[in-house]
Structures are given as C-alpha cells and as structure tokens.
Design a protein around this ligand. Structure first.
Ligand code: 13P
Length: 256
C-alpha cells in the first residue's frame, strides 16, 4: 500500500546547466516507470529551473532544507512558501550533515517539519546514529530521540498528511563512506521506527508513512535493501549525481 519513494539528494553539487542536463535524462529514462515515486533535491539555486523542466513529468522536486518562518529579518534563510513558489513540493529536513555542520537540533527539526507541512510541502525528515553511537549500543535511543523531534509539533496527522511525511533512516557511518548498512541492519531500525510510530503517533501513521533508507545506496545494493518489508525507497547521495546509477536505483525500488 506504500508507494516506494526514491529521492536524489544532490547536496552541494551542480550548476543550473548541469542540473537541467541531469533531470532531462532522468525524465527521458524514468518516464515509463510506474509504482515508484521519484524526486530530486538540487541546490537552492537550481530549484526553479529544475521544477520548470519537470513540469510535464511525475518526478517531484525537493529542497535540501527550509526555514520555519515564512518571512522576516532572517538573512540567508529560505521559507517553505518560497520553496512552493519555486516549484518544490518537498523539503529534506534534519539531514545529518545539517545536524553535524550547521547546528541543526531536534528542536529546529521539529519547527521545520511543522512549517513545511503547514506550507503544503512534504517533509523528508532524517534520523540516524553515528558510528560511535552504534558501537555504544545506543542506536535505538538516538533514533527515538530524533523521531520525537520530528513529531514534536505535528499533532495528529490525518490520512492526507501522512502521504506528505517521510522518514529517512540514514546511519551516519554509512553516508558517503561506501559502507552501507546490510539489509538486515537497516530493516531492524526501520521496524523499530514503524513500531515507534504505532505507539507514539498512530496505527494509521505506522502503516502509511514511508521510511526511506539512505547511506551509500548504489545500483548493486539497492535491490536487496528495497526487498526488506519496512524499507520504502531510498534517499540517495553520491549515486544520484549520475543518471544511469540513479535510474537503476529507482528501478530497483519497484515492488516485486
Ligand atoms: P551517500 O548516498 O552519498 O552515502 O549519501 C547519503 C545521503 O546522505 C543522502 O541524503
């Protein structure tokens, strides 16, 4: 019942021209793909051009972050409504790189998720432990704490809103390292997240919310990861910068 969702997080890569070249290829190659939702998250500077290029396509456009205020004296920030205006329908929120390098906290993640949803955006909220936390045996505690932040201000989401909330489980030790979680390691945490949703949000939320896996997803490991029952797609970094690899991962997410 959950449509798998694969999103390419381009991070700090690509000019407008490069972005357009990549999405044009994706549009051509993924046009016939059914049963998988696909998105791209270019840098802010390319969002509007990419959204225009994808107007006649089912590929959706996501920002990599957003602010929680709609306007005001907040130099350098971008509001959820501005992202809508630029053609975005989603925003990634709370990526571990933002937590690590830019002071993102569970509290700011909660505010951003609330603001994104209120503006009509979908929110891809990221959770996941560092290697030290995994080795220290605190993976579930860390993920639970991140989840509390994500849902702090969401209230009781109705069915339509659940379609616009996505959790991305991204173990920090697997990001950009080439060291992916095994399908069993990922599934274990995904199942934990689903259980947490049942207990803390609702049974409907647990059934409907898609949980992406992220961390060194490549064409050669995607099929095995996507086969796990609680993995509903992927948040792809490095491998989303090349059309061939990203297309192969999107195809791997098609339900068997
Ligand atoms: P990599 O796929 O490059 O490991 O990045 C994962 C990620 O952080 C996606 O948001």
């Amino acid at each position: 019942m959950r449509t798998p969702f694969v999103v390419g997080n381009w991070k700090l890569h690509k000019t407008i021209a490069e972005s357009l070249a990549l999405v044009t290829e994706l549009k051509n190659q993924l046009g016939a793909l059914r049963e998988v939702a696909v998105g791209v998250a270019p840098p802010f500077t390319a969002l509007n051009a990419v959204a225009k290029r994808l107007e006649d396509s089912s590929i959706v456009v996501s920002a990599q972050d957003c602010y929680w205020e709609e306007k005001g004296a907040f130099t350098g920030e971008v509001a959820p409504g501005m992202l809508r205006d630029a053609g975005c329908t989603w925003a990634i929120i709370g990526h571990s790189e933002r937590r690590q390098f830019f002071g993102e906290t569970d509290e700011t993640v909660g505010k951003k998720v609330k603001a994104a949803l209120a503006a009509g955006l979908g929110a891809i909220a990221c959770v996941g432990e560092t290697l030290a936390q995994r080795d220290g045996g605190t993976t579930f505690q860390v993920v639970e704490q991140h989840l509390r932040g994500v849902f702090a201000d969401v209230g009781a989401p109705d069915a339509a809103l659940l379609e616009r909330i996505v959790i991305a489980y991204e173990p920090v030790w697997a990001i950009g390292t080439g060291r992916t979680a095994t399908p069993a390691q990922a599934q274990e945490v995904h199942a934990f997240i689903r259980g947490w949703l049942t207990e803390n949000v609702s049974a409907a939320a647990s059934a409907a919310i898609r949980i992406q896996y992220g961390g060194s997803v490549k064409p050669d490991n995607a099929v095995a990861l996507m086969r796990e029952p609680d993995i509903d797609g992927a948040l792809v970094g490095g491998a989303s910068l090349q059309a061939a690899d990203f297309v192969a991962i999107c195809r791997a997410a098609k339900p068997a």
